[in-house]
Write a protein that binds this ligand. Structure first.
Ligand code: C5P
Length: 402
């Protein structure tokens, strides 16, 4: 999965390491990709499997890489990420970073990283108050490292004072601030469809299409990051649905119509990026049809889900896609009008370097008021952001002025 923004979560050895797991989950729910890195001591408190299960990626552990692993994770991992968060941060990792000591994977990564770093210290209050620790923190602050907490209270050893890991929500807020995440979709219910439908021919064969689901997943992740509540309804996809979405699988156009129809009732925005098959098989066989010389299959049209939602539309913002091979803009505009859309995203599927199964796309976005924006070849994650920007602008523009 490529959710666009990746955060490296460093977990060091303290009793609060289990809260690192909660943090990983919360970051994933924001539509962020999380790469966990654990120190040897962290593994004494929580297993790497916990983080692997939560983040969906193998944990980077202390020690030298095994044959076949990335030989230089300390360089490549922070380069592919936007932020490092160390939670909990022990006096040890703070001291190492402040003094340029690189003696395991995480401390080496911290020195190699050219991205913002957030540290959430957790330790015994006497240790936290120690002048050496305080000097190390002060030094790191002057170098731009952001600190969240610690908070005051009873710590694991039974003593009371400043040394508790800051509340996970506070660390999440610091991450949002550091990444400059927009909150302009707070409170919005967004329904996104993705992937391709599959219409059964018999018990084993189907008619499908080439959609990978990447565009829809990028939109769902971007909407999550901006604060929306996201429902993802998908057919077949090559990618995983992002953590944090309410996910429904709908393999046929009929199933998708039902799922979208239900979700549409409480939606503020529907973005139909699924490639819905236009036909289903008439008189589908329940068993497997035996091989034969000739086989003529008769097809009947599927419901047009988007057109149907266009009819049912009240205050929802409706975004549709138009995959075209010729006269793309003209055909896209026609769809916008026929299906009562607010925004249409047109892509030229005759090109091999973008579109289907690619991480890139090049689109033209047209709004119902005729504004045209051409987005040059860009990652689908960037295009997702532009689509949401436009949909929000149209939505705000159509609200009655007070
Ligand atoms: O008419 P066309 O299939 O090109 O329209 C594409 C748009 O309509 C996409 O947003 C797609 O998700 C949606 N669509 C639909 N139901 C169909 C076919 C397409 O909702 N049966």
């Amino acid at each position: 999965m490529n959710p666009g923004i990746k955060v490296v979560l460093g977990v060091t050895g303290g009793i609060a390491a289990y809260k690192g797991a909660e943090l990983a989950r919360k970051l994933m729910e924001l539509g962020l990709g999380v790469q966990a890195v654990m120190t040897r001591n962290a593994e004494k408190f929580v297993t790497p499997l916990t983080f692997e299960a939560l983040t969906g990626s193998p944990v980077i552990r202390a020690g030298l890489p095994e044959p076949g692993d990335d030989p230089m994770p300390h360089i490549s991992v922070p380069r592919s990420a936007s932020l490092m968060v160390i939670a909990p941060a022990t006096a040890g990792i703070i001291g190492k970073m402040a003094n340029g000591i690189a003696d395991d994977t995480l401390s080496t990564m911290l020195l190699a990283a050219d991205i913002p770093v957030i540290m959430a210290p957790a330790m015994n209050p006497a240790m936290y108050a120690n002048q050496a620790v305080q000097e190390n923190i002060a030094r790191l602050k002057t170098r731009g490292v952001r600190f969240v907490g610690p908070s005051a209270g009873e710590v694991a050893c039974g003593e009371t004072g400043e040394g508790k890991l800051a509340p996970v929500e506070d660390i999440v807020s610091a991450v949002k601030e550091a990444l400059n995440l927009k909150t302009d979709m707070d409170g919005l219910n967004v329904v996104v469809t993705a992937g391709g439908t599959r219409e059964p021919i018999d018990a084993v064969r189907y008619i499908g299409n080439r959609s990978s689901g990447k565009m829809g997943v990028a939109i769902a992740s971007a909407a999550l990051r901006r604060g929306a509540t996201v429902t993802l309804i998908s057919g077949a996809m090559d990618v995983e649905p992002p953590t944090g979405v309410a996910f429904t699988q709908a393999m046929t156009a009929d199933e998708m119509l039902n799922a979208v129809g239900e979700a549409f009732k409480t939606a503020d925005m529907l973005i139909m990026s699924a490639a819905v098959g236009d036909y289903h098989v008439n008189g589908r066989s329940g068993g497997k049809v035996k091989k034969k010389e000739d086989w003529t299959i008769s097809l009947a049209p599927n419901p047009d889900i988007l057109m149907e939602m266009g009819k049912r539309k009240e205050s929802q913002t409706l975004v549709g896609f138009a995959a075209e091979t010729e006269r793309a803009e003209e055909h896209g505009l026609e769809k916008l009008r026929n299906k009562n859309l607010d925004v249409v995203v047109i892509n030229d599927v005759s090109r091999k370097d973008i579109g289907f199964n690619s991480d890139f796309n090049e689109v033209t976005i047209i709004t119902k008021s005729g504004a045209v924006e051409k987005i040059p070849k860009s990652p689908k994650t960037t295009i997702a952001g532009k689509i949401l920007d436009t949909a929000l602008a149209v939505r705000d523009g159509s609200k009655p002025r007070t």
